[in-house]
Design a binder for this molecule. Structure first.
Ligand SMILES: [Zn+2]
Length: 87
């Protein structure tokens, strides 16, 4: 996660995973790389399936939030928004 200051406002951008790069990773690296909302980690097989599904949707990267463009890249969040309690 990275933050950039723009006219005093802080926007947060979510880290995304490059799909083609991710699919090339060996299972031992892929295992545990992706984390569910509940904090549990995906197995290598589950992570690979997630990447493939996103790839079929036309994404370049695996979207990690709701606010992303058509390629899956995070569009940024105002800090106020990112600090709001989870839905
Ligand atoms: Zn985001």
């Amino acid at each position: 996660m990275s933050e950039t200051t723009e006219k005093g406002r802080v926007r947060t951008f979510h880290m995304t995973v490059d799909i083609r790069g991710g699919l090339k990773l060996p299972n031992r690296i892929l295992a545990g790389m992706l984390v569910r909302d509940d904090g549990t980690r995906l197995t290598a097989e589950e992570a690979r399936e997630e990447l493939l599904q996103a790839f079929r949707k036309g994404y370049d990267v695996l979207p990690t939030c709701d606010n992303h463009d058509e390629k899956g890249h995070c569009l940024g969040h105002d800090k106020e928004e990112s600090e709001a309690p989870a839905k």
